[in-house]
Ligand binder design. Structure first.
Ligand SMILES: Nc1ncnc2c1ncn2[C@@H]1O[C@H](COP(=O)(O)OP(=O)(O)O)[C@@H](O)[C@H]1O
Ligand SMILES: [Mg+2]
Length: 304
């Protein structure tokens, strides 16, 4: 991971400090299996440098942005770079302190506490991903205030006070704007440094596609990049919604083409059909036809 950061041109001083962090904070052998081995690398140097600097300063991060901007990939990559065990915690309407910190259970006739993921992460010096944190009710997770600010504690009435391991960091993600998302209140937001996640640049998308599909022909590498740009532009101009601007879907479509499915069908499943409005689907399809012939076959797209 550090090799990747070096190759991408991340400042050597930051890399040295990460290496130092790893040396100072040992990982319990029982949690070593939680250190991620990333399937994807995050591309975007400015974001990398902001995130690394904040974590080195002991801060927690909130990654805000539309879907498929690499929020989870970056979170996982950060845990890997810092060599920390990773807890991935999905937030939803029923998330409350019991599900995060723990609950009472009976064991041999005695009441004991079964620890939740935030507790485990806190004591083991983990990197905790608080995924889609804004889906939870602010009041239900107010207990995290003391965990996330300078106090760095978990204080559950009736139990002892737990002090966070010095290596523990929390990285929250949030998506906003689509149905069902809530606002994160000021008190909670204030406890994070906030990074607004940009859409991927063409240059970085090229790197991503080349790594994911080393056998992709240059011609179509450029067409897929162009297609994604076209969709982004149409959405920015409010000609289409953000539904079809789906990098996750584009990657999945190219995988289907690699398996032999005709390009038109693959893009329909991965991109066009994500819109449930027939007029919008037409618009998206028009954009695609200009770049990718529907009956395009595998051998035209890939070298082998
Ligand atoms: N800047 C980026 N660098 C690398 N991959 C990216 C980037 N932006 C998006 N992706 C890709 O988009 C997909 C979705 O990423 P994910 O982290 O799950 O998004 P999010 O959590 O923001 O919805 C992944 O395949 C990821 O590799
Ligand atoms: Mg996500």
């Amino acid at each position: 991971m550090l090799e990747f950061l070096r190759k991408e041109g991340i400042g050597e001083n930051l890399i040295t400090e990460i290496a130092q962090f790893r040396k100072v904070y040992a990982v319990d052998p029982e949690t070593v299996y939680r250190i991620p081995n990333p399937r994807f690398y995050y591309y975007g140097n400015d974001i990398w440098e902001e995130a690394i600097t904040a974590l080195l300063c002991g801060e927690n991060l909130l990654l805000v942005g539309p879907k498929a901007t690499g929020k989870n990939v970056l979170g996982e990559n950060l845990a890997a770079a810092f060599g920390r065990p990773n807890w991935d915690i999905s937030f939803h309407v029923n998330t409350d302190s019991a599900s995060l910190i723990g609950t009472d259970t009976f064991e041999n006739g005695r009441v004991v506490m079964r620890h939740g993921p935030v507790y485990e992460c806190a004591v083991n010096g983990g990197f905790g991903i608080l995924d889609e944190i804004n889906m939870a009710k602010n009041e239900s997770i107010a207990l995290l205030h003391a965990t996330l600010d300078f106090r760095r504690i978990i204080d559950v009435p009736g139990y002892s006070k737990i002090i966070l391991n010095n290596a523990t960091r929390f990285i929250a993600t949030m998506n906003y704007g689509y149905a069902g998302t809530r606002e994160l209140n000021e008190a909670l937001t204030s406890r994070f440094l906030v990074i607004e996640m940009p859409g991927i640049s063409s240059q970085n998308l090229r790197k991503l596609l080349q790594r994911e599909f080393p056998n992709l022909r240059d011609e179509y590498l450029e067409q897929f990049i162009g297609l994604f740009q076209d969709l982004q532009k149409k959405s920015e101009n409010s000609e289409i919604s953000t539904r079809a601007v789906d990098l996750r879907g584009l990657l999945a479509s190219i995988h289907l083409m690699d398996k032999g499915l005709a390009a038109g069908k693959a893009l329909q499943m991965g991109i066009t059909n994500k819109s449930f409005d027939s007029f919008e689907r037409e618009l998206v399809q028009d954009v695609m036809r200009l770049r990718i012939p529907e009956r395009l076959e595998r051998t035209q797209i890939f070298v082998n």
